[in-house]
Ligand binder design. Structure first.
Ligand code: BTN
Length: 269
């Protein structure tokens, strides 16, 4: 840790990687300590949720945080929510963005209904049988992908054009993530659950949920104490533990619309 550090993480910086999550997995196998962060300026094979790719040109943030925790395995699912809250708090620290970030189940971060950041949590068991969690975090600072099945945006399109990946990671995101991890270790998931609900996008309204092979529709009620989404459907209450949420009508060709923005997106320069 640097003498002036505001977080306990150790950052390893790379010019370009295939995927910071893949490099993090290799480092876990080599035995790197808890709190190692893999940061790349660009990725050639960035990975997203649901088997999607994550477009990763220079200018955005691509980082994977390695955590070696003693938490029981079921509680490891909490960490994706902590990462999303860390990103939302980090965006609060950017002039003009305070209070604007919203969260979409399970771990997406939105600005004005458009996805600005995604989290790819991955758990692995190292050779010494210890558990590790890798929190892959991508934040669109200057660029946002086009042609995605969901509307995307970047900070630059939201009046915050001067945030570098280094500042976002070192000064904003990692301190925020450290605060959430410390609180979770001291108080459990409940404070994070409440904070997530306060920022939740679309709660109380109707959404479509990809669950298993199909989609179901219902009213999004709450996040429960295990991170599952409680949904009221025509067939009764459902508890969704995996999948993703979409809003608005299904898109043609089976594409899964994710957020229904209120306004047209400003272009990311
Ligand atoms: C999502 O689909 O919402 C998750 C996107 C996660 C992208 C980040 S970028 C850093 C890390 N490395 C990867 O290959 N993916 C994650």
């Amino acid at each position: 840790m640097r003498a002036d550090a505001t977080h306990p993480f150790t950052i390893r910086r790379y010019e370009r990687l295939a995927s910071t999550n893949d490099t993090a997995r290799a480092l876990v196998a080599e035995g790197v300590p808890h709190g190692t962060v893999v940061w790349a300026l660009s990725q050639s094979a960035g990975r997203g949720r649901q088997g999607r790719s994550w477009v990763s040109p220079p200018g955005n943030l691509y980082a994977s945080v390695i955590l070696r925790l003693r938490a029981p395995v079921p509680r490891l699912s909490d960490l994706g929510f902590l990462a999303a809250l860390g990103v939302a708090d980090a965006l609060d620290g950017v002039p003009g963005l305070r209070g604007r970030a919203q969260l979409k189940w399970p771990n997406d971060v939105l600005l004005e209904g458009r996805k600005v950041a995604g989290i790819l949590p991955e758990a692995m068991i190292a050779a010494d049988a210890s558990h590790a969690v890798i929190l892959g975090i991508g934040i669109n600072l200057r660029e946002a992908p086009t042609g995605t099945p969901y509307p995307a945006t970047c900070l630059a399109a939201n009046g915050a054009a001067d945030v570098t990946p280094e500042r976002m990671l070192d000064a904003l995101l990692l301190p925020a993530l450290a605060r959430w991890l410390a609180r979770w270790e001291a108080e459990g998931f409940e404070p994070a659950r409440r904070a997530w609900m306060d920022r939740a996008y679309g709660l109380g309204g109707n959404g479509r949920l990809r669950s298993g092979d199909g989609w179901l529709e219902g009213r999004l009620i709450a996040l429960d104490q295990d991170g599952a989404l409680l949904v009221e459907t025509a067939a009764g209450p459902r508890r969704i533990t995996a999948g993703e949420v979409a809003f608005g009508p299904a898109q043609a060709g089976g594409a899964d619309g994710v957020a229904s923005p209120d306004a047209p997106a400003a272009a990311c320069p």
